[in-house]
Design a protein around this ligand. Structure first.
Ligand code: SAM
Ligand code: SF4
Length: 342
C-alpha cells in the first residue's frame, strides 16, 4: 500500500529475536538485557503478521535479529513465509557465525538471498569489534553461501579502520560472486558513540585505486544501496548512505521488532504494537516461558487478520516523511539496533 506521502511500502524487515552470539561494539557490546522469552513473538505470530503484511502489499521480507540463526525455528519460519500468497522474496541478514550449520536447510526452505555482516578481514580487528574469535567460520559461510548460486551480499559498517580494511573487503567481490556493501553508521543505540564515515570520501578513495569503476544500475535488491562495478570483479560494490545520502524519498519499508512492535521509521519510536492484537487477553505466566500460540487458531484467521490489517495500515499511513539523524535532538528511538533489526 501507499503511505501518507505516496510512497509504495512493499518491504518489511522482521526481527525474530533480540539475542545474539556476537557482541559488536556498535550494537550490543555488553550482551544487553534480553527481554523475557514470553515477550518474543512465536513463529505463528510472526506468520500472522506476515500474512497481514502481504495482504497490504508487502512483497519482500527480510528476516533479521539480533542474530536470527540463534532461533531454532528460523528455517521453518522462512519456509512458512515463503508460502504466503503475495510474498515474492524472503531473504536473511546474519552475522554468518552459525550459517554453515543451517545453509542447506535454508536453501531447502527457499531462501532467496543472504546478507552476511562482516566489517573486517583482519582476525584481531574482528575479535575487537565482535568480542568473538570466529572470522574463519564467517568466511567459510560466505564461500559456501556463494556456491549455492543465490544472491549473497557482505555488509560492512563503515568504521574508520584504515584503507587496507576496505581494500581487503572489496576484494571478496573479486574472488567470489558476492556484492560487498558499506553501511554508514547510524546514531542508534551504541552506534551513537561512533563517527559516521562519509561514503563520498570512501568512493573517491576507491576510484583512485580503481579508476575504471562505473555505476551499476542493475537491480540488486529492494533497498537503497547504490552500486558500482569494478572491471574484473564478480560482485559489485554497494553503498548504503543513510546519513550523507539521505534516501527517505524512496523509502519502501517498515520494521517489525521481535516483540511485535511495527516501526515505521528507524529514528522515531512511532508505530503500533501488534502483540496485544495477536495475543488478546492472554496473561503473562509467572515463570518466564515462550508464548504458546493457541492450537485452534490459524495465523490466517479472518477476524484476527482484520484487526491486524487495521493496525498495520495505520502504521504505514502514518510513516514519517524522513529520518532526522542529522538532528540528533529529534531522534525519539532509544532502542539499540539489536532490538530493531537494522
Ligand atoms: N545479527 C545480524 C547481523 O549482524 O547481520 C542481523 C542484525 S544486525 C542489527 C543488522 C545489521 O545492522 C548488521 O549489518 C549490523 O552491522 C548493522 N548495524 C548495527 N548497528 C548499526 C548502526 N548503529 N548503524 C548502522 N548499521 C548498524
Ligand atoms: Fe549481533 Fe548483528 Fe548486533 Fe553484531 S550487529 S551484535 S551480530 S545483532
Amino acid at each position: 500500500m501507499k503511505d501518507g506521502w505516496g510512497r509504495t511500502i512493499d518491504y518489511m524487515r522482521i526481527s525474530i529475536t533480540d539475542r545474539c552470539n556476537l557482541r559488536c561494539r556498535y550494537c550490543m557490546p555488553d550482551g544487553g538485557e534480553s527481554v523475557p522469552r514470553w515477550d518474543i513473538l512465536s513463529l505463528e505470530e510472526i506468520q500472522a503478521a506476515a500474512v497481514c503484511a502481504a495482504g497490504l502489499g508487502i512483497r519482500y521480507i527480510k528476516i533479521t535479529g539480533g542474530e536470527p540463526l540463534v532461533r531454532r525455528d528460523c528455517c521453518l519460519l522462512v519456509e512458512r513465509i515463503k508460502k504466503i500468497p503475495g510474498i515474492e522474496k524472503v531473504t536473511l541478514t546474519t552475522n554468518g557465525v552459525a550459517l554453515g550449520e543451517c545453509l542447506e536447510e535454508l536453501i531447502r526452505a527457499g531462501i532467496d538471498g543472504i546478507n552476511i555482516s562482516l566489517d573486517t578481514l583482519d582476525a584481531e580487528c574482528y575479535r575487537k569489534i565482535t568480542g568473538r574469535d570466529c572470522l574463519d567460520k564467517v568466511l567459510e559461510s560466505i564461500r559456501r553461501a556463494a556456491s549455492f548460486g543465490i544472491p549473497v551480499k557482505v555488509n560492512a559498517v563503515s568504521l574508520d579502520l584504515g584503507d587496507e580494511n576496505w581494500k581487503e573487503l572489496i576484494k571478496l567481490g573479486e574472488s567470489l560472486p558476492v556484492d560487498v556493501r558499506f553501511i554508514e553508521m547510524m546514531p542508534i543505540g551504541h552506534g551513537k558513540g561512533f563517527p559516521s564515515m562519509d561514503h563520498r570520501e570512501l568512493l573517491e578513495k576507491m576510484q583512485a585505486v580503481y579508476p575504471h569503476m562505473e555505476p551499476d544500475r542493475s537491480r540488486h535488491g529492494y533497498g537503497p544501496a547504490v552500486y558500482w562495478r569494478i572491471p574484473g570483479f564478480q560482485g559489485s560494490v554497494g553503498f548504503i548512505s543513510a546519513i550523507h545520502g539521505k534516501f527517505c524519498a524512496d523509502c519502501n519499508r517498515v520494521r517489525l521488532t521481535s516483540q511485535g512492535y511495527l516501526k515505521s521509521c528507524l529514528c522515531y519510536e512511532d508505530g503500533v504494537d501488534l502483540r496485544p492484537i495477536l495475543r488478546g487477553e492472554t496473561k503473562r505466566p509467572e515463570q518466564d516461558q515462550h508464548y504458546r500460540w493457541p492450537k485452534e487458531l490459524s495465523p490466517d484467521d479472518e477476524a484476527l487478520q482484520g484487526r491486524l490489517r487495521e493496525a498495520v495500515a495505520r502504521a504505514i499511513s502514518h510513516k514519517p516523511k524522513a529520518h532526522c539523524f542529522e538532528r540528533p535532538q529529534d531522534i525519539t528511538e532509544e532502542a539499540d539496533m539489536i532490538a530493531i533489526g537494522g
